[in-house]
Ligand binder design. Structure first.
Ligand SMILES: Cc1ncc(C[n+]2csc(CCOP(=O)(O)OP(=O)(O)O)c2C)c(N)n1
Ligand SMILES: [Mg+2]
Length: 626
């Protein structure tokens, strides 16, 4: 057997450079590069290996380890999980900064490979700089914090362990049912130790991403259930897009007339104007989708996790005998809500159902109602796009301007605050990859960093990052990385002076927006909406901050100025930030849905007591779906 003497880090970099994913006959390099921030825990190991042969794996310098994992997750999502980026960090804080990013990847089922440095396997210099000492355990390091947020976790204590660990890591990363963050913790001394690695380990490898068909008898049964349904509804989740099943879905829907509601990750499964497209479903859903869901007798979930936002905390489906058919690559998800589990690939499952339903179409009355609701909803979107509120304008008008002035293949990126819900309802999607809202983990700070990953994955598209002032303040620094990499982003910074979404939630539950508005401390109550109505704004200038990070900045004060800036931004060749103040209290309403957030059972406040009563009334609508 031929071998080659390499350090563990050198072998790892060589291995990563030759991994591929293959689906539908197309082969994709699986790791297109490696983000990293160096410290003593990786600079002489993985850093040395990357520098040794820079042609193997492109190195990208990031500003924050959390940001680089977000970028890798955004990249992987944009590439439908067929490619990703690796992320190397030092030990200690560099490693723990990746925990939030790992959770984003794992919750959203996106492959990212984390390579945190780890303390010496030899333990001779203990405690090394940044080492956590645990008196009762010798084998614990801060990297153990990555275990619950990783789908595969390993610590490479000897150089030869890399062989089995790297193969296990690849198996999980390329399995759509299992994928998420994968962590290989790399003790800093082991990274630099040499071993005779078998050459076969370092040869190109192709990981086939299969399209398994669900069990044929269950497909027959599902087709029967659909045939006998009067009011069927499809819920399209992220799995539809990842499996590249959007065209198959469009064909099925056009022919059978089964309407479709979309989850956050599934938005874009159908064009917004496709017949039967009811738009967003659930807590942040449209009136059209939520009305149809409430009366559905059969729900066909495709590639969805059924999060509480999708099921309206289990109140969305009120039909007496509503049943579920769940198409999912993961049996874990296929079994939810007592559904008939069609475990398999979304595209194959849709085609198999379409074939079995070739002579069937949905009830004419059901179709007509869906068509009417779809038209009504489109008018509601236009109304909110053209509200004519302010100044300052309403957020819905900002969304309208960005939607109208972005191209059909451009991508909108968002993650937390009030924007995701409004985008879910209002964004008119025209391309399956045009809508990228991270709402599995809804991570403040994902927006700009994730947007960078989206742009790196498909530089031919303009990327519009819509970010609230709170999220911007949490993590804006990857603007610098976007400029360094010449990956232009157009960031629309929606400034409503604080955490407006949570302020609204708080007011709705009787607690007056406590702690959610920016302002000087007044009467001891920090940031309370009520106490700040006469308060003074903080002297914070986020546009100036963006300018300082190197962005080309526009300050818009009205929707007209925003439109002008969006047009002018197209001609700028580096990252643009358009700052636009909006009215924090002019929110898009909810449409016949409910989100379960607990309310105090006892309180001195009559508002809280009233909110608790309302909570109990609404909670009575929860269903078990067994
Ligand atoms: C990292 C993180 N911390 C806290 C939260 C809870 N949270 C959700 S939205 C929000 C406020 C976001 O403020 P901003 O970005 O200004 O958006 P707005 O609500 O004003 O639209 C907070 C604190 C979160 N989602 N992520
Ligand atoms: Mg805000």
């Amino acid at each position: 057997m031929k071998t080659v003497r390499l350090t563990m880090a050198q072998a790892l970099v060589r291995f990563l450079a030759v991994q591929h994913a293959e689906r539908d006959g197309a082969q994709h390099r699986f790791f297109e590069g490696c983000f990293g921030i160096f410290g003593h825990g990786n600079v002489t190991g993985v850093g040395q290996a990357l520098a040794d042969e820079p042609g193997l794996l492109t190195y990208y310098q990031a500003r924050n380890e959390q940001g680089m994992v977000h970028a890798a997750a955004g990249f992987a999502r944009m590439r439908n999980r067929l490619a990703t980026l690796a992320c190397t960090s030092s030990i200690g804080p560099g490693a723990t900064n990746m925990v939030t990013g790992a959770a984003v990847a794992t919750v959203n089922r996106l492959p990212v490979l984390l390579l945190p440095g780890d303390v010496f396997a030899s333990r001779r210099p203990d405690p090394v700089l940044q080492q956590l000492e645990t008196p009762a355990r010798g084998d614990v390091s801060v990297n153990d914090a990555l275990i619950p947020v990783s789908r595969y976790w390993d610590r490479i204590q000897r150089p030869e362990q890399l062989v089995t660990a790297a193969l296990s890591a690849m198996r999980v990363l390329t399995d759509p049912a299992e994928t998420g963050a994968v962590t290989l913790a790399l003790p800093q001394d082991v990274q630099t130790e040499a071993f005779e690695y078998p050459e076969a380990f370092l040869e190109p490898r192709f990981w086939h991403i299969a399209r398994p068909a669900p069990d044929a008898s269950l497909l027959d049964r599902a087709a029967e259930m659909i045939r006998s349904a009067k009011r069927p509804l499809i819920i399209a989740g992220g799995g539809v897009i990842y499996s590249d099943a959007t065209e198959a879905l469009a064909r099925l829907v056009k022919r059978t007339g089964i309407p479709v509601g979309e989850t956050q990750a599934g938005k874009g499964s159908l064009r917004f104007d496709h017949p039967g497209a009811l738009g967003a479903i659930g807590v942040t859903g449209t009136l059209a989708a939520n009305r149809i869901a409430a009366k559905a007798d059969l729900v066909i979930g495709i590639g969805t996790r059924y999060s509480d936002f999708t099921t309206a905390s289990k109140t969305a489906f009120q039909g007496d005998r509503v049943r579920f058919v769940n198409v999912n690559i993961a049996s874990f998800d296929a079994g939810k809500l007592g559904g008939l589990p069609l475990v398999g690939d979304a595209r194959v499952a849709i085609e198999e159902l379409d074939r079995r339903l070739h002579d069937w179409s949905a009830d004419a009355e059901h179709r007509a109602e869906c068509e009417r609701l779809q038209k009504e909803w489109d008018r509601e979107v236009s109304r909110l796009y053209e509200l004519g509120h302010g100044p300052p304008p309403a957020q819905s008008e900002v969304i309208g301007a960005v939607n109208e002035l972005s191209g059909p293949r451009d991508v909108v990126v968002c993650a937390a605050g009030s924007l995701p819900g409004d985008l879910h309802k209002l964004w008119r999607t025209r391309d399956p990859k045009g809508y990228h809202v991270e709402y599995g983990y809804s991570t403040m700070g994902y927006e700009i960093a994730g947007g960078l990953g989206v742009k790196m994955a498909d530089p031919g598209r303009e990327v519009y990052v819509m970010v609230g002032d709170g999220s911007y303040l949490m993590m804006a620094q990857e603007i610098v990385t976007s400029i360094q990499e010449r990956m232009k982003l157009t960031v629309v910074l929606v400034d409503n002076q604080g955490f407006a979404s949570i302020g609204g939630l708080s007011r709705g539950k009787g607690t007056a927006g406590f702690g959610t508005r920016y302002g000087y401390r007044a009467d001891g109550a920090l940031g309370d909406d009520a106490s700040h109505s006469h308060g003074e704004a903080l002297p914070v200038d986020l546009a100036l901050n963006a300018e300082g990070l190197g962005a080309h900045v526009f300050r818009a004060r009205s929707v007209e100025e925003l439109r002008d800036a969006l047009v002018a931004a197209k001609k700028v060749d580096r990252t643009v930030v358009i700052h636009i103040p909006t009215d924090r209290y002019e929110a898009v309403p909810g449409y016949e849905s409910w989100w379960e957030v607990p309310v105090a059972e006892v309180s001195k406040s009559s508002e809280v007591e009233a909110a608790r009563k309302e909570h109990e009334r609404a909670a009575a609508k929860r269903r078990w779906h067994l």
